[in-house]
Design a protein around this ligand. Sequence first.
Ligand code: SF4
Length: 357
Amino acid sequence: MSPSAALGPGASQVVGERQEALLEVDGLVVHYRITGAGKVFRKHETVHAVDGVSFDLAPRETLGLVGESGCGKSTTGRTVLYLERPTSGRVRFEGRDLSELTPGELTALRSRMQIVFQDPIGALNPRHTVGQLISEPLRVHDLVPKARRRERVEELLGLVGLPADAASRFPHEFSGGQCQRVGIARAIAAEPALLVLDEPVSSLDVSVQAQILQLLVDLQERLGLAYLFIAHDLAVVGEMSDRVAVMYLGKIVEIAERDALYARPHHPYTQALFSAVPVPDPAVRTGRDGAVVSGEVPSSLSPPPGCRFHTRCPLAQERCRAEEPSLEPVGQGHEVACHFAEAAATARPFGRLATDG
Ligand code: SF4
């Protein structure tokens, strides 16, 4: 069963009126200056990993961040937690500007914002037992007295669907899905308000993906978590998210409430992502007669001028090569970075969707 089929509609209901933001990201830029020459990069070149990303996230909300590999979505996820320092831009969490915090204040605040990684096995220290791994944040943030830590670890194992005796075993004794459950237990141990979920199911078997996604939905409802859900799979993102932001080459090119984006994607790149989603029954989508997105993603060492998608966009015109489009509203809470957004929404250069009728 596909994850999409296993889950109901969006994990939480944050639609219509926006709540006060838990997380505010404003003009985030992450550039890496190359300091040593190699086969891929030359010395003193700059990798433009993230280039001016802004969004907010309300308590209990899920924002999906989607795009091809290398578009900057994982870097964005790590940087909003200040696991990496941004080159410029601001991140505010629960009203506090992370750039103004001392290292001690930042460590304390990290208990409220945690991450779950893509590689569940690689993310766990193989020399530590599951009990040691899950109790580490309890110890670091001094959340539970030492005498009660074992009991709390067993509670957390129960929350993620693992038996209490898992605490005395090592990561190599578990499957990938079970290791991801351990990773989730460790992330929620610190009682966070925000989880960054960085491709949390993409390395798992399809049969296990739906179980982990359902676990995340259940935990969100039970613990009141907000999720920044990073993935390249639009079907998974659509099931999990209240809103969706589409990234291309370090920038958000479209952001909207899930239903609005999936019903009428405006940006040609968003449409291209939809056109690439596998269709189990070709009969349900008869009109996929548009172009296939061609060409490689341009190098983040030298992003194209103007619209970064112009080298692959069938609708590109002279203006696109010269002038960079900014995110502009096309509907309530729906913003698109394309000079010809309305025309693109109608033209559908990458084919029509099953929902078009
Ligand atoms: Fe295509 Fe031009 Fe829109 Fe960019 S601005 S997506 S090149 S139509």
